[in-house]
Ligand binder design. Sequence first.
Ligand code: FAD
Ligand code: NAD
Length: 396
Amino acid sequence: MSTPKILILGAGYGGLLTALQLQKKLNYNEADVTLVNKHTYHYITTWLHEPAAGTAPADHARVELDGIIDKSKINFLKGVVESIQPDEQTVTLKDKRVLSYDYLVIGLGSEPETFGIEGLKEHAFSIRSINAVRQIREHIEYMFAKYKNEPERTEYLTIVIGGAGFTGIEFSGEVADRIPELCKEFDVDPSLVKVYNIEAAPTALPGFDKELVDYAMDVLTRKGIQFRINTPIKQCTPEGVILATGEEIKAGTVVWTGGVRGNSIVEKSGFEVMRGRVKVDEYLRAPGYDNVFVVGDCALIFNDQGRPYPPTAQIAVQEGENCGSNLVALIRNDKMTPFVPALQGTLASLGKGEGIGIVGQKKVFGSTAALLKKGSDLRYLYKIGGVGLALKKVRL
Ligand code: FAD
Ligand code: NAD
């Protein structure tokens, strides 16, 4: 048999970890592995709330693939995937190049879920890539500069964060930390700046431990975030948002953190999906296609109670590792191992030195949570790029 061709789409947590596992386990020339990604870098999505608010430079969350991929084992191709033809075993890129495969791994990540809410796609920003967060930071700064030239337009200084899930909460913490700095830089009276976090559900962080949610809301409220809980956003306009109550909040900046769905390329390519995610089998394969694996936010997996696992980096990493190992097993005619997530807990930041989390069965608060989160970031960096990358990126 000729050398099997493995094609990996996306160098996020799921795709990159699949590639690195293959790099580690495959012998030279055992397979022809190609990793396709939009950019020449991997980005640390779990940090993007920081550059979005401007509390860290965007480049900090960027890791050049060149430095972590062994080119003698993995071919890297910069390209934008346009569609997948699973019956023909091909993938078409935006520039019309067509790539063929024996085994495909889909790790194309997620897109904002807007639930059809009018105006969100057009007028709201979302925290989804290095380029997207650069724009959010620049826009907030531009709004401060604009206000200085039109001082009657105080709404330029209002920021609406739509959704108080983990992304909305973490971004609120960073924005709260950035505001004093911006006020100083632009000579703006801090009392004129308003930051609203608006949540549809009866609580922030729905489904999370109540004591930790109360702690998070207390910390963020003290930092100046105004929560509007149980208040769905009904529409987004060029002027701000309209709530289900009919109230309008005028705002220069609206950032939508109301949830995600799997990359739409997957659905458009004919795979059966729920909210853009493929309900994969125990080996992370798409129904009907034994040679197509799906990892990360594009994959939907369920726990013992039949409830879907939330899309997280933690699970994407483990899926990537499992997928890489199973591809090696397939090539060597060995048995594959079913994917079972090993959840270590949840840690979320609330701005500098503050956080919440559950590690094992233990709740953690404040600086302990923040420190544990840094530790988990370091472990990830070490996993993908060794001590060198961990030391280069560490920010205490
Ligand atoms: P991604 O990491 O999004 O990677 C997808 C990759 O595919 C990217 O490299 C992208 O450029 C590429 N791509 C996309 N479309 C194309 C295309 N058409 N052609 C070519 N390439 C393409 N989870 C946690 O477990 N812990 C956390 O602390 C945490 N914090 C978060 C903080 C924020 C602000 C956000 C937004 C999310 C956070 N998450 C966290 C969730 C986590 O980031 C995602 O679940 C994770 O990134 C999913 O990994 P993935 O590999 O599926 O996709
Ligand atoms: P999410 O789905 O977890 O939260 C979205 C929030 O927006 C929900 O609370 C929802 O009720 C609210 N919402 C939806 N429609 C609304 C409306 N019309 N008006 C107001 N609020 C509305 O999405 P997310 O926060 O982007 O997180 C995506 C995934 O990434 C999740 O699985 C999450 O666990 C993970 N994540 C994890 C971390 C962490 O572990 N630190 C950080 C960020 C994200």
